[in-house]
Ligand binder design. Structure first.
Ligand SMILES: [Zn+2]
Length: 365
């Protein structure tokens, strides 16, 4: 049996605190509108619109796709893709889910936002071409802010309060190659943390990594964790391309998690029980990062997925227009698996060249 801690509406056990709707904050008045009825049964594929008034569209809107697939009583699961517009596996898999899932096979409700930062997705860029902002660095958003901040505020105030759990589908994007993996954010609520780990392991990726993004709390998943949801994020390869094996893992892993959460039929209970014994990896803060000290071209010494030791050479920075200057050597400061590598050869001081995920040691426990 799965552990049951009651959520207010569903009794799904996926939520730590009671659900409540949060009205506009600090007197900010939201202006978005949507053709989606969150309480309607069946499948709806529509949009949420944010008024936007640029030079060529004075009374225009920015349109963000939104779908609800609901059937009977059960948990509400929020599925997010396209938070960064150059991470493709999640939006592709979520689009397929919207098109093909029979509402009768759902027990509960899926709220799917497959291209949350739609302007960035349309541009194939990490950040929005409208305001230059990174969706995952503006939560909880601002109803009176820029477009990216307004979308985040909609998700924070309208979608998170309705949801019991969040599956947030990311990839490495243009600048990173990442080992296909699930990510869990550490949190003080041990039961919530374990529910997240259970789901992360049920996804079935080669690695599960616990990380806190150097303490940054402006992410969608961080806001969802604070709201008490059970949350799992993914990283599906990257490099600015679609990786077929990562896309297939994304499709299958998503279904496995939805079965674990009882919103789709099927039994993932065995993986749930087994996950309590499965180790995870940890990204132990700043020392996990290999950061460029110079402007030049980085020559990596280890590919993503390689095992490395503390003090091992991570790579060298070459100075192509100063051939008399010796390259500068960078070193790994933590032992573990090379979790991500930089896609671009060129580096500037402060750029991250590689990140190491270390074996579980209780760092975040
Ligand atoms: Zn991302």
């Amino acid at each position: 049996m799965k552990e049951a801690a009651p959520g207010r509406n569903t009794g799904s056990g996926l939520r730590s605190i009671s659900q409540q709707h949060i009205p506009a904050r600090n007197g900010e008045r939201s202006t978005y509108f949507t053709d989606i009825d969150f309480d309607k049964q069946g499948k709806q594929a529509g949009f949420v619109y944010f008024p936007h008034s640029p030079h060529d569209d004075a009374w225009g809107t920015i349109r963000v796709p939104l779908a609800v697939i609901a059937n009977g009583e059960g948990p509400t699961i929020l599925l997010e893709g396209g938070n960064h517009g150059d991470e493709y596996e999640g939006p592709i898999a979520l689009g397929e889910l919207i098109r093909t899932l029979d509402p009768q096979s759902v027990q509960g409700r899926l709220i799917i936002i497959p291209a949350i930062n739609a302007p960035a997705v349309d541009a194939g860029r990490r950040t929005s071409p409208i305001d230059g902002k990174n969706m995952n660095r503006v939560f909880p958003g601002d109803h009176a802010g820029t477009i990216t901040e307004q979308i985040a505020a909609f998700v924070n105030d309208e979608l998170l309060p309705r949801a019991d759990a969040l599956l947030s589908l990311h990839s490495g994007g243009s600048s990173l190659n990442i080992v296909p993996s699930t990510i869990v954010i550490p949190c003080p609520d041990k039961k919530q943390f374990q529910r997240c780990l259970d789901a992360a392991h049920a996804f079935g990726a080669p690695m599960c990594v616990v990380m806190d993004n150097l303490g940054d709390r402006r992410l969608c998943v961080t806001a969802a964790m604070a709201a008490g949801l059970t949350c799992v994020s993914t990283e599906m390869a990257g490099g600015g391309v679609v990786t077929p094996s990562a896309l297939d893992l994304c499709r299958q892993g998503m279904l496995r998690v939805l079965r674990l959460w009882d919103v789709l039929a099927g039994d993932e209970a065995s993986s749930n029980a087994a996950s309590r014994k499965q180790p995870y990896f940890e990204m132990r803060g700043a020392k996990a990062y290999v950061i460029a000290s110079e402007h030049g071209i980085f020559e990596p010494q280890a590919v993503a997925g390689a095992q490395v030791e503390q003090g091992e050479i991570a790579g060298r920075i070459h100075f192509l227009t100063a051939p008399g200057k010796e390259p500068v050597t960078l070193y790994f400061q933590e032992p573990g698996i090379v979790y991500s590598t930089r896609q671009y050869g060129i580096v500037h001081p402060g750029n991250t060249c590689a990140v190491v995920a270390s074996p579980q040691s209780g760092h975040f426990a």
